[in-house]
Design a protein. Sequence first.
Lengths: 474, 474
Amino acid sequence: MNFGCAKLIPSTSSIHWIDQLEKIVGKTHVIRPGADDFAKYEQDETEDLRFPPQAVVRPASADEIQKIVRLAQTEKLPIVPRGGGTGLSGGALAVKGGIVLSLERMNRILEIDKYNFFAIVQPGIITQQFQETVEAEGLFYPPDPASRGSCTIGGNVAENAGGPRALKYGVTKDYVYGLKAVLANGECVSFGGKLLKDVAGYNMTQLFVGSEGTLGIVTEITLKLIALPRLRRTLLAPFDDLHQAAAAVPAIMARGIMPCALEFMERDCLQAIENHIGKPVRFSKNAAVLLIEVNGNHESMLDAEIETIGEVLEEYDAVDCFIAESTAQQNEIWDIRRIAGEAVKSISLYKEEDTVVPRSRVPELVSGVHEICDRWGLRVICYGHAGDGNIHCNILKAGMTDKKWNEELPLAVEEIFKHTVSLGGSISGEHGIGYIQKRYLPLSLGEAEIELHRQLKHALDPQNLLNPDKILPN
Amino acid sequence: MNFGCAKLIPSTSSIHWIDQLEKIVGKTHVIRPGADDFAKYEQDETEDLRFPPQAVVRPASADEIQKIVRLAQTEKLPIVPRGGGTGLSGGALAVKGGIVLSLERMNRILEIDKYNFFAIVQPGIITQQFQETVEAEGLFYPPDPASRGSCTIGGNVAENAGGPRALKYGVTKDYVYGLKAVLANGECVSFGGKLLKDVAGYNMTQLFVGSEGTLGIVTEITLKLIALPRLRRTLLAPFDDLHQAAAAVPAIMARGIMPCALEFMERDCLQAIENHIGKPVRFSKNAAVLLIEVNGNHESMLDAEIETIGEVLEEYDAVDCFIAESTAQQNEIWDIRRIAGEAVKSISLYKEEDTVVPRSRVPELVSGVHEICDRWGLRVICYGHAGDGNIHCNILKAGMTDKKWNEELPLAVEEIFKHTVSLGGSISGEHGIGYIQKRYLPLSLGEAEIELHRQLKHALDPQNLLNPDKILPN
């Protein structure tokens, strides 16, 4: 499925505007096709897709971005904003050529406000680096996408990234309380601020969050922080029955406990990890495991919560329960979980579907996905965030012919998504629609809903310059 | 400040469409001018403003609303959606005449999903009634505007209502995970659902929340719930110095405690309550009190939190600390706090400003507001949500002449808002912009930001039929 379009490589006629880009940001910060580091901007982490832009530009300020957008307007050039390039739906791919606008140089933390629990950052800051910086101040920024070591806050905002802690703490959108952006018309706008409440006008901030760079280029972000919880407890529970594992999840919450993570991996996932890391993984012979973590500041509360969780797990026929006794053991459990994606995807070419359903429907989701893939002769491995119903289904090409993979996979994916939607779900929980899922958007949204998207996009970007050919189906 | 426009009372030419309204919803559910219960639809709880619509209609379904919107399109009639009529910014006032569309009959709870912690409701359900219903199931819907006994969830969604518990739990927007709405073009749309994560398309749900009925008429709402905390502790701490009271607020949170309410009342407010209820109020001689409540499920954690809060209060020179020892005492404290608005507003004609700043700036906000009002010879009483920086400043007309009140008040209000914005604040925390604050919106938002609002409004409602003359300045 390589849709790369060689015809988009620039002709000499485009040199004029590339020169102008260089005047805006300086020669070093424009990368032309053929340059050493050009290739990485042709792709993100979405399958094996590559789309070369006509140029890459790395501005250092909103002011430079404004000038780039105005140049793009004049030259009718697509602009594709780019964060860490870790996206899984092709949001940062220059599918229509044009300019890839990398925000990597705008990577400063502008303020950490310890009194009001807010931070102001530029979009290019690496998520984990930001998290570690605020944690050193006793503060906490919960969203933790698996790629947090290399993704950026700007990219997280564009995609509304989640992660395991979303269950208790919410996703990126729940922390974005203000932002600045450059619009397609070249205007700079600023919404929200260090305010827990603000109803002066429409919630423009949330319109930009998750809009995947199609409505504006975010240049500054105000993030809410919370106090860093001091303590956590982590446990791992294996089940012989996938359905029992999934059913235990709402039962835990019904007891008044909100874990900060409640993750699910099925046997095939554990075994893929075992093969990938080349050493045994705990409970890899069981049908599924739940990874559960609770956190807080009060020892005896966490003890009581772990005890209650243990009762529920027993009630739902967990066959064991391993409670981490040290930070090292906690990290070991999380390292296993965090490497799941890499391990599964290392098996062969893959297609990852980011299904999400109400959490009580996870058993039906997982068994339905297996049933569909079995029918199409596809191998699938599921893992993810059982607490919030967000299950990543990785379909592996393995030994399948290219022909079968290219022709039949889209049909199987459509079936998976129809099944997901029939359970009250959506076709993407945290990866975004981007380029690769837009054909499926009509499964999640009706014609009137999509038309409303088009109206909004047209109102904000009438020339369709900002990340064109994303989200909305053709 | 009565802007009522008698000229909008319907002529006989409008009878034709009123007849059609009756065909849509039935005769009983159209109220014509002059009918017994017409008067209440001319006003909400915003000052003494009255605007008679040309008719009131009370539909029972989205289908009926769709027909009403299509009729309004044809007849070019403004439609003003209305919930409980408790708004404080004039959102439900028919300032351009037309149809008041009351959602009072669409008041059912459609589903309470105990497994997934979601509820689906119609917009007309009374907030408190909804809360009590879910609490009986062990679930919790935190947003608690002071008017919760008579306001509706639909109104809360339109205004993005807050309340004391917003500090720990967020405001209405943080609980709205999906909605259905009828657009100005008569189309029904549906976004989101019982999903904690969903990134399939723009966050349209949040575009509608807080849009004050100007972008669509919300007909169904999916609300996230949480597990009901079993325990709470409530305390009241008086201070001789307003600044010390305000400074204690971020200090409590810096100790890792997030109270579920952290309210502030100044002496004048306590004394107004005392006069209003005709009996002594605790600590009414002190400069200010903080009302602090923590909640959870674990006794010893709450004890530890209360102890830590006590330490901080002592450090910031609280002169006393009253800890409620029974539910009756807790209710007594909250009754005092909840009656503050009514008590203050009963003194004379008033204008309430819903200022919000980063919480560390509350002392500067309150002293600045007093300084400005002193200079203009206006009496002001402040109280509100110190934890989230949202302070209600009630300016009282008292003995002032109508001329001075009408001419000078807007200038003083403008100064108050300029001061608020200079502290990083906004002109409304939870009451909305509606009709009475729109002239001040340019203090919170710049020209490019307001232009973006206009573009959105025009894209969604090109005829400007939905709640016209609200939010956006002329």
